[in-house]
Design a protein around this ligand. Structure first.
Ligand code: SF4
Length: 580
């Protein structure tokens, strides 16, 4: 281990509060990997929560591993040494388990880089008893794990809390008794319904390239993998376990207020795979905040739809009354109460983010947004009259059924919003900045839009160009577009099957050169992205069981085509989708 890397790691650890250090002796050792930089990994509340949940077990030692970057990467390449953990500088190969926490498809190439730097064979079939078990958890594993399935020995699908203890009991027992690798996988598949072992299945294809069937190869392999879910949210809310200035949320403790969103936007995977919408009990949130306030006064409140969390005004009031402050990521325009705006103002929040998503009322009905232009303008009016906030707006382009009028509608809506901002701010003489974030729509598994194709790169780029030009004429509006090419890559891995793994391998072999990888790929990845899917088609992720009936998604798909909205969730009073 070169001293220079050790000193870099020591410096990093010295800035942390909450680091857990454990002796290894006889414990199940887990290298918890985040497939991106330290800064990004430590900004993930999910990653931090798993670190805490693993280490609270007496017989487990979990240490963190991140993708090296900058000086660390240069040093590592220069020294030719393998990847090590942050806490004890232990090489990746020394761990019993290498566990990835996966949140984004764009991080997939980094999984292979970490395995490579850690000197672990990339393919599960190339590993033997001398290698750690390579597993993954996180939302990607219950959206569509197939494009990365050849690289993993197994996935633990779903929310960690209800399944982690039985999983660790079994795994640590099997490790203690030195069970062979294959036996461990068989027992995990047999006893933990949310464990998915990809090598226990083969996939057969039709002549047109679609999936004919998945064939279980081993006797405990289930037809359907039951994605784990914690309902109700009975444990204390997830909260940043480690504080460090090197995150996107420096000086701020993240607190999860709830999971799932009951608004049922048809493009949003989180609104489907985290069903039903659940909030942490208010007394538990307040007691966690009370405890955390002895260390930090600033909080980032996390929930897919903050304004839908019961008692959210009590939570924000509680923080403010004790001299603290809070921030939220985005707010629904129709949930923006005067109390919430006032509390955000007292907290010093400078930017208010709302997500109209589409430019016209028609398209917002297609996506089931339940938000009219009038409501959006009203919300902006309330924000502007309360103070000089910057307003950030999220839009998607390339949504199913989108027409030229809908894209023009984005421009018209932005003009109306700007007009309202100017009008409400007249007495102040200064208006808050207007910022737009315009992203390409990517169809996601387990949503009613999973059967739609993605719009072509050329059309998306043409729409971006037109919007950029038209919005620049308005003046004073800052616009940010995502890169259509990367959205396309993300779509390949959102919608692909096992054959997409070959492309990922090529990307790795060609040092991240996607164009070259595509040229060498035997399979055209456009097949996954630009093809409308038949409602009867076997989809790569159909074997994952979230409790949501496919017929419900088909019904929502058909309503979308008719431009009709459906009711939001009413937990306790509804059995429509099957998740309650
Ligand atoms: S059953 Fe009804 S309330 Fe429950 S998640 Fe499904 S749509 Fe929402």
């Amino acid at each position: 281990m070169p001293d220079r890397i050790a000193s870099l790691y020591r410096a990093r650890l010295s800035k942390e509060k909450g680091t857990i250090r454990k002796e290894w002796g006889g414990k199940l050792s887990i290298a918890l990997c985040y497939p991106n930089s330290y800064r990004i990994g430590m900004s993930s509340l999910g990653f931090q929560t798993i670190y805490h949940l693993l280490n609270r077990r007496e017989e487990v030692v979990a240490e963190r591993v991140f993708l090296p970057e900058g000086p660390e990467l240069s040093l590592r390449l220069e020294e030719g040494k393998g990847l090590v953990s942050l806490e004890s500088l232990s090489p990746l190969q020394r761990f019993d388990v290498v566990a990835f926490s996966l949140s984004f498809e764009n991080d997939f190439p980094n999984i292979l880089r970490i395995l490579d730097l850690g000197r672990i064979p990339l393919l599960a079939e190339e590993r033997d008893e001398a290698h750690p078990l390579v597993m993954a958890g996180g939302v990607i594993t219950f959206l569509n794990p197939e494009p990365i399935s050849p690289f993993f020995d197994f996935f633990l699908t779903g929310e960690a809390e209800p399944v982690l203890d039985p999983f660790l009991d079994l795994l640590s027992g099997l490790k203690r008794s030195r069970s062979p690798r294959k036996e461990i996988l068989l027992r995990l598949a047999e006893e933990i319904p949310s464990v998915y072992v990809p090598s226990f299945y083969s996939v057969e294809y039709n002549r047109d390239g679609t999936i004919r069937e998945r064939i279980p190869l081993e006797s405990p392999a289930r037809e359907r993998i039951e994605v784990a879910r914690l309902n109700p949210l009975c444990e204390a809310p997830a909260i940043s376990a480690i504080r460090t200035p090197d995150t996107e949320f420096a000086g701020r403790i993240l607190v999860e207020l709830g999971r799932g969103c009951g608004r049922s936007c048809r493009f949003c995977a989180a609104g489907y795979v985290y069903r039903p919408p659940r909030g942490h009990p208010l007394p538990q949130i307040l007691s966690s905040l009370q405890k955390a306030m002895s260390e930090e006064k600033k909080f980032g409140l996390m929930a897919p739809s903050i304004s839908d969390i019961p008692g959210v005004d009590e939570v924000t009031g509680f923080i403010l009354d004790r001299g603290g402050s809070f921030s939220v990521s985005s707010l629904r325009a129709d949930g923006l109460t005067p109390e919430m705006i006032e509390n955000l103002k007292r907290s010093g929040q400078k930017t208010m983010t709302i997500a109209p998503e589409a430019g016209s009322d028609r398209l917002r009905k297609v996506i089931n947004k339940h938000l009219s232009e009038e409501q959006i303008i009203e919300a902006v009016g309330r924000i502007a009259s309360a103070g000089q906030f910057a307003v950030r707006l999220y839009f998607l382009i390339g949504l199913p059924t989108e027409t030229r009028e809908d894209v023009n509608g984005i421009l018209d809506l932005v003009k109306h919003i700007k007009h309202r901002l100017v009008k409400e701010s007249a007495t102040r003489g200064k208006i808050g900045q207007l910022r737009l974030s315009i992203n390409c729509f990517i169809p996601k598994s387990f949503t009613p839009f999973q059967w739609f194709p993605m719009e072509s790169l050329d059309t998306l780029k043409e729409k971006q160009k037109w919007l950029k030009k038209s919005l620049s004429r308005e003046g004073g509006i800052k616009v940010n577009f995502d890169v259509a090419k990367w959205a396309n890559m993300q779509a390949i891995f959102s919608l692909g099957d096992r054959r997409a793994a070959h492309l990922l391998r090529l990307v790795h072999e060609h040092q991240g050169d996607w164009n070259k990888a595509r040229r060498f790929s035997e399979f055209n990845p456009d097949f996954f992205v630009y093809r409308p899917k038949d409602l009867k088609e076997v989809l790569p992720w159909d074997f994952l069981d979230h409790g949501i009936r496919k017929e419900h998604l088909i019904k929502e798909y058909k309503l979308a085509l008719k431009g009709e909205e459906s009711e939001p969730c009413h937990p306790g009073d509804c059995i429509r989708c099957g998740a309650c």
